[in-house]
Design a protein around this ligand. Sequence first.
Ligand SMILES: [Zn+2]
Length: 228
Amino acid sequence: MKQEIKGSYKQLIVDTGIEMVRKGITVGTWGNISARDPESGLIYISPSGMDYSTIQPQHVVVMDSELNIIDGAAEPSIEKHMHVAVFNARKDVNAVIHTHPVYSTAFGVAEQNLPGVSEDFIQIVGAEIQVATPYELPGTEALGEVAVKGLGTNNAVLLPGHGALVVGADMKMALKVSMVLEKNAQIYIYAKMLGGDGHIRLFGQNEIDAMQEFAKNHYGQKNKDLYS
Ligand SMILES: [Zn+2]
């Protein structure tokens, strides 16, 4: 496999960090981002503990699928185990974003799975997002293991008492998944408060199948602008 290190992937990590702060997905140095180059299999990950506005391309750490550091002038994110575990388990995934969003994290704290209550969520995130259990400490290999298990074939998983992990075929899709996940969590919580009886309309399996089938066959992963 070719091991060429690409400046474009380093720049993608830098740009995505700034975009995440701009979109309000994360604050300060919280969260971390990685991308895999499908050509070389190399993983580009944000550095540990640096403010997104100060990260330069040379700070982005390049690793292989066994966590060997190939390049980069900084320490990799402490969540490198979780990122690499996801890439190793999911060949369809080339971008991973971990953040601490308020509404999504509330579901992890309540140890409650998050069902999709909006169509965009069903189409790009999954029918129901799991809480990764048991609780594991940040930065541990064990957290990576439970995150992969909880993720399954969905595009997001909730980390109890911690945050969320989202994935995508590329960074643009992972960012969309991140936004749609948090929006769905917020809608669910607001909808629960309306009317007083806590009624939530959940989609039936036939509706879920139809929406996912439509998204896959009529648009697929190629038309990234479908959900913008
Ligand atoms: Zn975290």
